[in-house]
Design a protein around this ligand. Structure first.
Ligand code: ATP
Ligand code: FE2
Length: 325
């Protein structure tokens, strides 16, 4: 069985290929800027420009043609409508031409399920990406959200902070590089509310500090990472205690951050738990995770016809009935 997976919820057009449950190819082309953020119609133009090349590259790397593909999985939710539509359309055109079924996949759940390739069995998941920040665990047929951001995702927060410092998109790696050079902790609001977190107030505080001009960008970046990663791990740890689970999996682009990874390992070590972190290519948006979950869902019978394939920009993690576990 060969599943081709298409990712296009936001900035990345990615194509992955799964053969017999294993990701054998994972290629992508992402929208980036030197200055300024992500503009939805421009991102859609990017995807239209690159989709054909990315699909061809994936097939070539896998040494297969479309005729070998059993089904096409595509990210149908959640995300930016402009971006989702391009991936869905590409999937529909191919499915129609090659008379194969489609498997609509929830992008957030793909970020979570791909964590299984690291060997985790029943973890709490810290899903820290651009638009999303959630603490999730599987209980009784669904991925339940135990805590989440009350405003913006931690990645968007970091990207906005980078933008305010005059840096480009994505800001995560740039802020991380600055933080490595900082060492003085500057007090910032610590915003944990029960099991939830919030970043808007911290962003305003940071913007004020940048305007005042008497703090170094390095120290502000360092302090930002220390503060918000502690917030994420405090809530993740509480969920582990509450659900009595002794595994933590990290997912989402922000989980590429080396400081967050180190703090996660330390928290798990201190409570005798295990920390699992997939390699970077499976943390950021990628087609491999869409194909991986697509293969599982295909086996569970979740196929749709070209006519019925749609997108759902607002579907939440806990809207999806998980009947394949
Ligand atoms: P979502 O899953 O919510 O749709 P997304 O589509 O924005 O998220 P991801 O690729 O999962 O995409 O995550 C992108 C985010 O990860 C961006 O905000 C980016 O700045 C952040 N990021 C990438 N690398 C790092 C890093 N080393 N440190 C911190 N953040 C990072
Ligand atoms: Fe993502």
């Amino acid at each position: 069985m060969i599943i081709l997976g298409i990712e296009s919820t936001a900035h990345t057009f990615g194509v992955g290929i799964v053969k017999d449950g294993k990701v054998i190819v994972n290629v992508k082309d992402s929208y980036i800027t030197k200055k300024g953020g992500m503009i939805p119609p421009k991102v859609a133009d990017h995807h239209v420009e690159v989709f054909d090349e990315v699909i061809k590259k994936a097939l070539a790397e896998a040494h297969i043609t479309m005729k070998d593909v059993t089904a096409i999985a595509y990210s149908s939710s959640p995300g930016i409508g402009h971006s989702l539509r391009i991936g869905c359309m590409a999937a529909k055109v191919l499915a129609n031409k090659y008379k194969i079924p489609l498997v609509p996949v929830n992008h957030c759940i793909a970020h979570l399920e791909i964590g299984n390739i690291t060997g985790a069995k029943d973890p709490v998941l810290l899903y820290a990406s651009g638009a999303n920040t959630q603490i999730i665990a599987y209980e009784a047929g669904k991925y339940r959200i135990f805590g989440e951001t009350l405003d913006i995702g931690v990645g968007n927060f970091i990207d906005s902070f980078a933008l305010a410092m005059g840096l480009g998109f994505p800001g995560g790696p740039l802020v991380s590089a600055l933080a490595d050079k900082g060492n003085k902790y500057i007090e910032l609001p610590y915003s944990v509310k029960g099991m939830d977190v919030a970043f808007g107030g911290i962003l305003t505080n940071l913007k004020n500090k940048l305007n005042q001009g008497n703090f170094s960008k390095e120290d502000l970046s360092f302090s930002t990472q220390e503060t918000v990663f502690a917030m994420l791990l405090e809530t993740a740890e509480r969920a582990m205690a509450h659900c009595d689970k002794d595994e933590l999996v990290l997912g989402g682009g922000v989980a590429c951050n080396k400081r967050l990874q180190k703090m996660a390992h330390k928290m798990c070590e201190e409570r005798g738990a295990k920390c699992f972190i997939p390699e970077n290519q499976f943390l950021v948006d990628n087609g491999g995770m869409i194909a991986y979950l697509g293969a599982i869902m295909y086996n569970a019978g979740h196929t749709v016809s070209v006519k019925d394939a749609t997108i759902n920009p607002y579907e939440r993690t806990d809207d999806v009935d998980v009947d394949w576990k």
